[in-house]
Design a protein around this ligand. Structure first.
Ligand SMILES: Cc1cc2nc3c(=O)[nH]c(=O)nc-3n(C[C@H](O)[C@H](O)[C@H](O)COP(=O)(O)OP(=O)(O)OC[C@H]3O[C@@H](n4cnc5c(N)ncnc54)[C@H](O)[C@@H]3O)c2cc1C
Ligand code: FES
Ligand code: FES
Length: 1280
């Protein structure tokens, strides 16, 4: 039988018909090769968690090349002849770490670590493919594939840029400084200082990777068709076009596969019987230049880009290809472009006309043609629009033909996206202007747009009216924009931005093109920058803090304890438990129906017939309580069902569980379960706060949670300001989706859960299974990002997994697919408010009446309105404020804690009001803020300090000048103060044990390490308190049996509480050791412990932090100055610089606190700018449930210049060891970006001739909202 042969980390693997086309390389690596370092999240090429390196012979030259791929998008059957390298293959604890791994670790480029293997392998592939010949710019531009939700990217960018040939001194110095950090040993084996061990093994591993030619199969590939037959599928790997036709003709139903990345855009759930792998077909590769440039349709996009670059510089007739290259740089990302082909892209467009294909747009703009073959001898050349209309059954797209363009032609293309990279086009546009010889009169014009409607390609009327015209005068311009506006009528296509926006944007892009080409003198110089695309400088960052060496390792800047193992993929997450005997996988069957409908029964017959499906369970199968939020737990106010038992509360509610032998089978079978409803609700749903407030159900759906009364009211009211303000939801975007692995044990069950709360998981599972709490062992080594989502919501998945194990008696893995995670799990609470403020003539609030509402989802659980009201005070004097805090129930998933819950919303509201006051009175917003500030507040001083550090005043002046000189670009610089109250949540224990063998120490605690550096801080405190080096300390997984009754880790406070408990436990130990110590004159730690052991001393102590410890809440203070630039013609923006001054007390661990501040701030930037959730208004179904449609910031969306300063000489008399919490506050600062963006819009509107009036950009300040707020009119688009 034929086999697919490839290697993983040098080890040969042979794959036969046991594996179907839907077994991805990722599934194979993780589940068959049992290499768990490579992660997965989205399964659609959108997150980068799964990136691995591949070395393979690439046709037509068969040159060996190294390239990154998304292992989730590659079928394992596509891997014939490949040498796959995973993160374990480049370095590990035993043989030593690769420089990329250790540098990422040392630069603190990893927090939860879930994304880290993907980053490492992207970088490794990049370095290998470019032979280390990389600039900082190249490097920063090469990570569109990888998302990190924790770090805010700055340290990752720094770590990788330190490898650049032009790496700046700051980075190189840092590399030197970090080189000797003992805490991060480059290998796990104890050896001499010079560490020949490491060198030896690294070179061995490198040899293994380099000796790849040796492995036999590459040489053996003889280009003969290879067929892998299985019961359901036949996979044919073909090398010749002839064989493609033979295979197509032999098989009825078939599917061609080239790079197979198209499934990342349009998911493929069912494969036909015959799959024909054409990736290596030689006739589809390469290029030739006759008069035209003819490129094989099988050429990967990356190779095409290289070709464009070379051709554009070598052949004048093809100089336009540089423009196409630049555009292609915005298409997908490197791993997709490495294997995704031209043909695949165009055929996706062929099959789905609505697809915003950039290739189609580019080729059509320049008058490209395609060749389609229906047999080896029958080939037809046709235009791209014609290609869309033919039947491709039995045909192959052979090549693309690009014409030469004379110097009379000018090509401009644009792609506007919701974030800087890795996003499909909101609108893409291509313009080709052909001028008459030696004239400015137009001979021919081509105007192509994407993302208008499935049928719209050319703006043909505009193309016609422009012929013979002089392009560069106002009349022609006005004629063009009016004609364009008339003929472009985009279809509404949720979740895509509105038709109105896309229409005007399309017109603005035409104007942009004209501005970019217009000769000097014909255009007002102030308009010129409108013709440029946003140019972003290479990002940089500075972190300025003091460190007190006398208390080291406390307050010492150290990388995370686990950083290295995270960067090598050795760090273990819940789903990294090795394969278990008889393990099963589970998936939720969701009630995809309008809320209020009633479930009658389930029909799982079809699902159960799918091979591999084992069982179906519903609420009836739960032996105990059907709730994952038991009311006997703190903070929980309502019981929510694990599985919907009758009335559906929201679209997508989990209602059943399918169990199967594979993850994908379970997920597929879950969709095949039919739910019968006894009642389908046709009534109007109440999906938003507004819906509820307008409905007759208002009285039952709105609850007043708290009212804050004023203690006095000012009499000096000169101005009254009224308004409304709203903010939407945010998806947590934890890279590890909700996951639990349950495993039977002799006395119950072991639960490997990605949870922030051991105790809740423990109690809820026990109650749902009706078993003793002590029979459930919850184990959490770490969590791959949580941000509040895994406080209570994780328990639903944990209960479901435990139920399956309980009923099946086998281990069960429950991994929520991203789409279910986004559909069925609640998010940040949307908030809206209305207010009236009476102020005196300077802006001091005389009274404030404010009512706000927070959308809890379908149930009043995790109500945060009182918290929001509390945090609204920020740093201000609230004596004259009246605040009413309401919670609202809507027909949506139960919303939940999301990083800085309540604080984000409260601060945003009050800061909005400060801005409104300042605007109304025409005052400086900082002036208004200072007037209203509470007394005894360090903020004025911090504002002053940051003003100096950020050169605030001078830069404001520079900005004024810039704005005067630029009509279509505006900048703004704003500052925001912040004071956040930090409070304690409950019990956390810590057990410190000293081993007599060598004096090494183990800490066990009840907190959860989820990237915030809790373990590192605990270890630092422990080392400090015991007086031993940090390397002596190890922190073990958190478990419910060593840390029962622990409270949730959240609210930024977990690290401090665990540190507190650890310190106390250490104090107990030191107290016990004292008598022995006192007797020893000179001693080493090891001797002391030996003596203590001999004396029968208990070398283990524990302490539980609780409210009884008398700790007091305290405030974290911060200020932030942010400068942004907006391109008004696209709505895109660039955060040019951010300065954050935060009072961290005496930081327990400065590098970790910097990382927390940066990560939180960037998550906030995402919330306020690009993270837009869209729902179906009739059903409540989420429409942005994928990486394709939901866009957290990427590496090029962060502030180009990010400077973090810790407040100097700060101490916190109330906190633990004088420190302050850092995990959340900085997120609240990010709202400053909305103020700056609004100021840019305001400046643009004033220049456009609008009256000065308050303009709400709308949250989040997306590209659409910014663009639309600018209020463009066609007549604004002029040259002079
Ligand atoms: C994360 C991500 C982001 C992306 N972003 C963008 C973007 O911004 N802009 C954009 O334009 N595209 C984007 N894409 C699409 C990407 O360009 C395509 O996935 C890729 O080019 C498809 O090539 P492939 O070889 O992998 O096709 P495959 O997935 O192998 O095939 C796709 C389809 O084409 C058919 N096919 C392939 N080759 C031929 C041929 N020669 N003849 C006949 N039929 C053929 C296949 O049968 C299949 O139906 C993105 C994709 C991903 C995953
Ligand atoms: S899992 Fe492959 S890119 Fe997200
Ligand atoms: S460290 Fe990148 S997602 Fe957590």
């Amino acid at each position: 039988m034929s086999q697919i042969v490839f290697t993983i980390n040098g080890k040969k693997h042979q794959v036969d018909g046991k594996f179907g086309p839907d077994v991805s390389l990722n599934e194979y690596i993780r589940n068959v090769a049992d290499l768990r370092g490579t992660k997965a999240m989205c399964q659609e090429g959108g997150c980068g968690a799964c990136v691995v390196a591949v070395r393979a012979a690439t046709p037509p030259t068969q040159e060996m090349r190294t390239f990154a791929v998304n292992s989730c998008l590659v079928s394992v059957l596509s891997c014939h002849g490949w040498e796959v390298t995973t993160v374990e293959g480049i370095g590990n604890r035993t043989v030593g770490y690769h420089d990329i791994q250790s540098r990422l670790a040392k630069f603190n480029g990893t927090q939860c670590g879930y994304c880290s293997p993907g980053w490492v392998m992207s970088m490794y592939s990049l370095v290998e493919s470019k032979n280390n010949d990389l600039t900082m710019k190249d490097i920063e531009n090469s990570f569109a594939a990888n998302i990190c939700r924790c770090t805010g990217y700055r340290p990752i960018a720094d770590a990788f840029k330190s490898f650049a040939k032009d790496a700046d001194e700051r980075l190189l110095n840092k590399v030197c400084d970090l080189e000797d950090l003992a805490i991060l040993k480059s290998c796990g084996v104890t050896c001499a200082k010079q560490c020949p061990h490491k060198k030896k093994h690294i070179s061995e591993i490198n040899k293994k990777v380099e000796k790849k030619e040796d492995w036999c199969e590459v040489g053996k590939i003889d280009n003969k068709m290879l067929t892998i037959d299985s019961t359901n599928h036949k996979w044919s790997k073909v090398y010749k076009l002839d064989d493609v036709f033979k295979s197509m003709n032999e098989s009825g139903d078939y599917k061609l596969i080239a790079g197979n990345t198209g499934q990342g855009v349009y998911h493929v759930t069912d494969y036909p019987k015959n799959i024909i792998d054409i990736f290596n077909v030689v006739e589809l590769k390469g290029h030739i230049v006759d008069v035209n440039l003819i490129i094989g349709a099988g050429m990967p996009l990356a190779e095409m880009m290289d070709l464009f670059l070379t051709m554009s510089s070598e052949n004048e007739d093809f100089s336009y290809l540089k423009q196409l290259f630049d555009h292609m740089d915005l298409v997908a990302h490197i791993p997709v472009r490495n294997i995704g082909t031209i043909g695949g892209n165009l055929c996706l467009k062929h099959a789905n006309n609505v697809f915003q294909s950039d290739l189609f747009l580019l080729f059509e703009t320049v008058g490209g043609m395609v060749t389609v073959a229906e047999s080896i001898n029958k080939k037809t050349v046709m235009s791209l629009p014609d290609f869309l209309n033919i039947d491709m059954k039995g045909k192959v797209l052979l090549n693309v033909i690009l014409p030469p363009l004379s110097h009379c032609c000018n090509v401009k293309t644009y792609k506007i996206m919701p974030r800087s990279q890795n996003a499909h086009a909101i609108v893409n546009a291509g313009f080709l202007f052909r001028f008459r010889q030696n004239s400015q009169l137009l001979e021919k014009v081509t105007i192509v747009y994407g993302s208008i409607s499935p049928t719209f390609i050319h703006a043909s009327k505009t193309e016609t009216v422009l012929v013979g015209k002089d392009l560069y005068n106002n009349d022609t311009l006005q004629l063009a924009v009016k004609t364009l506006f008339d003929e472009i009528i985009p279809e509404e296509a949720l979740p895509e931005p509105s038709s109105a926006f896309r229409r005007m944007l399309a017109v603005a892009l035409y104007y942009k093109a004209i501005l970019s080409m217009c000769p000097e003198g014909k255009v007002d110089p102030r308009y010129l920058s409108g013709g440029q695309t946003m140019k972003r400088m290479i990002s940089e960052g500075n972190q300025i803090f003091d460190t007190d060496k006398s208390v080291w390792p406390l307050n010492q800047p150290v990388p995370k304890l686990e950083a290295l193992v995270q960067c090598s993929g050795e760090a273990v997450f819940a789903n990294d438990l090795p394969r278990q005997q008889n393990e099963v996988f589970a998936a939720f069957v969701t009630a995809d129906v309008v809320a209020g409908s009633v479930i009658e029964s389930f029909d799982a017959t079809t699902a159960l017939k799918i091979p591999g499906v084992v069982a179906f369970y519903s609420a009836k199968d739960i032996p105990g309580d059907n709730t994952f939020t038991p009311s006997n737990m703190p903070f929980i106010t309502a019981e929510e069902e694990i599985l919907c038992s009758s009335k559906v509360q929201f679209y997508g509610q989990p209602a059943g569980i399918i169990v199967a032998d594979r993850e994908k089978t379970a997920q597929k079978a879950a969709k095949a379960v039919k739910i019968n409803y006894s009642f389908v609700n046709n009534g109007k749903l109440l999906l938003t706060i507004d819906d509820v407030l307008k409905s007759p159900e208002k009285s039952t759906r709105v609850v007043v949670n708290r009212t804050i009364e004023p203690s006095e009211t000012g009499k000096n009211v000169r101005s009254i300001i009224q308004g409304e303000y709203r903010m939407e939801s945010q998806y947590h975007y934890h890279m590890e989706t909700h996951t639990t692995v349950a495993k039977p044990t002799e006395d119950g069950m072991e639960i490997y859960a990605a949870t922030q709360w051991l105790d809740l998981t423990n109690v809820a599972i026990a109650q749902c299974l009706k078993v003793p709490v002590n029979s459930i062992n919850v184990v959490v080594r770490r969590v791959g990002g949580a941000y509040g989502a895994k406080i209570t919501r994780a328990t639903q998945i944990a209960c479901a997994a435990a139920l399956v194990t309980h009923l099946q008696g086998t281990p069960c893995r429950f991994i929520l697919p991203l789409q279910t995670n986004m559909k069925s799990i609640g998010k940040r609470l949307p908030t809206s408010c209305n207010f009236e403020a009476g102020v005196d003539k300077e802006g001091t609030i005389q009274y404030l009446k404010l009512t706000f509402y927070q959308d809890c989802g379908h149930v009043f659980n995790e109500v945060i309105a009182p918290l929001t009201a509390e945090h609204m005070r920020n740093c201000y004097d609230i004596k004259s404020w009246w605040i009413e805090a309401n919670s609202v129930a809507t027909d949506t998933p139960s919303n939940t804690w999301c990083r800085a819950p309540g604080t984000t919303e409260g601060v945003a509201i009050i800061e909005h009001i400060m801005e409104r006051i300042a605007y109304n009175l025409n005052k400086d917003p900082l002036h208004v803020r200072l007037l209203n500030m509470a007394k005894e507040n360090p903020i004025p001083e911090m504002i002053d300090q940051l003003g100096k550090d950020s050169n605030f005043k001078q830069r404001q002046e520079d900005i004024k000048k810039f704005n005067k000189e630029n009509r279509w670009r505006k900048r703004a610089l704003n500052m925001l103060p912040l004071s956040v109250g930090i409070f304690y949540l409950g019990n956390y224990n810590s057990i410190v044990s000293i081993y007599h063998g060598d004096g090494s120490v183990v800490v066990l605690h009840g907190g959860i390490e989820m990237g915030q550096g809790l373990n590192t801080k605990a270890a630092q405190v422990c080392a400090y308190a015991l007086g031993v080096p940090l390397e002596k300390i190890s922190v073990k997984p958190s478990t419910s049996f060593t840390s029962p009754n622990s409270i949730v880790t959240g609210g930024s406070i977990g690290s401090e509480c665990v540190a507190f408990a650890t310190k106390k436990a250490c104090d107990i130990l030191m107290e016990r050791l004292k008598p022995i110590k006192d007797k020893m004159e000179k001693y080493s730690w090891e001797d002391l412990i030996k003596q203590a052991y001999g004396a029968g001393l208990d070398l283990q102590a524990s302490y539980m932090f609780s409210f009884n410890d008398g700790v007091k809440p305290y405030n974290v203070y911060a200020t932030c100055a942010l400068e942004v630039e907006v391109d008004l013609l696209t709505g895109n923006h660039d955060v040019r610089r951010v300065d954050i001054l935060e009072d961290t007390g005496r930081s327990l661990s400065p590098e970790i606190d910097v990382a927390q501040i940066e990560g939180a701030f960037v998550m906030g930037l995402g919330y306020w700018t690009s993270e837009k959730l869209v729902y179906d208004k009739d059903t409540g179904e989420i429409l942005t449930d994928r990486t394709w449609t939901y866009k957290p910031p990427g590496i090029k969306d962060i502030p180009a210049d990010m400077r973090i300063y810790f407040k100097r000489d700060s101490r916190n008399e109330f906190g633990v060891l004088q420190s302050k919490a850092t995990g959340e506050p900085a997120l609240c600062l990010a709202v400053v970006v909305t103020h700056a963006l609004r100021d840019c819009v305001r400046a643009a509107r004033l220049e456009a001739g609008y009256q000065d009036q308050w303009v709400d950009v709308g949250n989040p300040c997306t590209v659409e909202n910014i663009f639309m707020a600018a209020g463009h009119r066609l007549e604004h688009f002029k040259l002079k």
